[in-house]
Design a protein around this ligand. Sequence first.
Ligand code: UD1
Ligand code: CA
Length: 450
Amino acid sequence: MNCRALVLAAGHGTRMKSQTPKMLHPLLGRPMLQWVVDACREATGGAVTIVVGPEAADIREGLQGDVSFVVQEERLGTGHAALQAAQVLETVDLVLLVNGDLALVRPGTLARLIERQKEHEGPFTLLAARSSSPRGFGRLIRDEEGRPQRIQEAAHASPEELALKELNVGAYCFRGEWLWENLPRLDLSPKGEYYLTDLVALAADGGEVVATVEVDDMSETVGINNRVHLAEAESTLRDRINRRWMLAGITMQDPVTTYIAAEVELAQDVVLLANTHLEGDTWIGPGTIVGPNSVVRDSSIGARCEIQASVVEGAVLGDEVDVGPFSHLRSGARLENGVHVGNYGEVKNSHLGAGVKMGHFSYLGDATVGEGTNIGAGTITCNYDGKQKHQTEIGARAFIGSDTMLVAPVKIGRGARTGAGAVVTKDVPDGSVAVGVPARVIRKLADNHE
Ligand code: UD1
Ligand code: CA
């Protein structure tokens, strides 16, 4: 029996009060809709069809993976939205239909819904939940024998109905044929919309039995309608991810202020101190300590490093590298084993060989630095002449004096030295000492500058 997922995402999302489409509001760095789409894909193992509004270019561009779109030209309700996919999914045996704002639903829960539908004769199965704080959910109303009779939307419910605690979560698995036959039979609701949820009454009136699956964890049921819900969802997702990592051997000083994106990978015994943000495609090796107050984005960090109160983006670090406090590694920074970048350092598009020390107030941009070299306090690569960027090359075991300006393009030889305050505009040969403004070579050290 084949099963395809259909996600409804054409609503206006007016309650978000935003210029950004509701479905694109990020949750842990990914569009809200992406979470639902990924859960659907995992549950069905196949492509996902999404119903979007007519002006949905941003949504089409914002989503990743095997997705296709159908357009709902007029927002005439969830029933009308689903109907837009009739042609595309006409021949599918089972349709897993999920509200696009159900960002926290787990793939396993959707899989249970599909399994339940496979094993019974009725037209569909819906995901239900019991809660004492039912907010705006539709209430599930059962007959005396406990069979679902209809769903009452909260907006039109009587006080007695509102007191009911069984809720419609917004995920369903339908027999395809039955769905496409019955969606066009829905009546307009008092609000002027076609409610998908009226299919429960339609089935019951025809003597057919709708099955239910109950969700175990209420945190899965948040339908994000406004920014309060968005913040709640973010905190729930964060909590899930943090728990998973702690159980996998990561120490967190303060999980409440630890923010880890879904795609981040961490090795055992990583320690995350308070207020640490790990974002994007990031990998952190065993025993590394990050934080407090650090951001690591799209970077790979080796084993036993320390990143203290710093920002690391698009960088690759070897083992036992220590950074900070208050430094910034930018895209293309490659730091080999044992590099030390101390206070107020910035490195961009540069390769620092093993054991390079850069303790205080320095900027290296578009540079290569050989291993064991010392970069004195306040050293700056003047890599930009106002039009173009230029390269600086510094050999191994060189000693760059404090406050040296390296006016690129320029090369400093192996084992060479510069004096404090030197402004280097010409290459300095291996093993030579250059001082002054502009810097001149004043002597040569012993020939063996290893
Ligand atoms: C819906 C259910 C309600 C359930 C709740 C769970 C209906 C009528 N009601 O209410 O029983 O308890 O979800 O969160 O289904 N959409 C379209 N086109 C439209 C209207 C909506 O694609 O014309 C999409 C929205 O983008 C959204 C989803 O359908 O992703 C649900 O719509 P929404 O307005 O959020 O429904 P709720 O009022 O939350
Ligand atoms: Ca909703």
